[in-house]
Design a binder for this molecule. Sequence first.
Ligand code: ZN
Ligand code: ZN
Length: 218
Amino acid sequence: MTTINNHLSDAILMAYSAATLPEAFSLMVATHISLCDECRARVESFDAVGGAVLEETTVETVKLSGDALAATMALISAGAAEPAAPKPARKASILPAPLQDYVGGDVENIKWRSVGMGVKQAILPTSKAASARLLLIPAGAAMPDHGHKGIEMTMVLQGAFIDDGERFGRGDVEIADSDLDHTPVADIGEDCICLAVTDGPLQFKSLLPKIAQPFLRI
Ligand code: ZN
Ligand code: ZN
């Protein structure tokens, strides 16, 4: 079990629970909580609060008849008594299930496009409000130096990267905003694969990536 040190904020987990996030950020949360028990528990508690609020408003309008209530209770207790389904044995995947739905499989199904300097990306099909992409940074290589117009969240799926002296491993999320100029460098030993979502186009510092930017949609 890997230890996750860098989590999502309550604000974004709450927005996820309320289903108000753009698709790309929803995908980020779904992917993170599939690896992170801590954030998943927080989402479940927000879901419960949201459900309770919903229930309060419906109970006033819909009065359950005694029979319906008994039937519901019977269903609940039947559900509770059911043994947990055994987990199917399968090889450990790099991409958590929410991402596999977008890619149509695991890492071998990702359609990479070169961004230069060995870095590759694959843009995922999401609504235009925000963008989501997978990034592959070769072991020991750096992401092009860039700033941000909006918020960027980057979560590690394979390998690790180091940014400003901090190490981000599988499941860790780095959150960058317009105040941060950064150059994440992939850890040596393994190529780093990340999921990156952003609500604004990145601003690349050096000329070449800037020219390529409109073509690469990053
Ligand atoms: Zn977490
Ligand atoms: Zn960035």
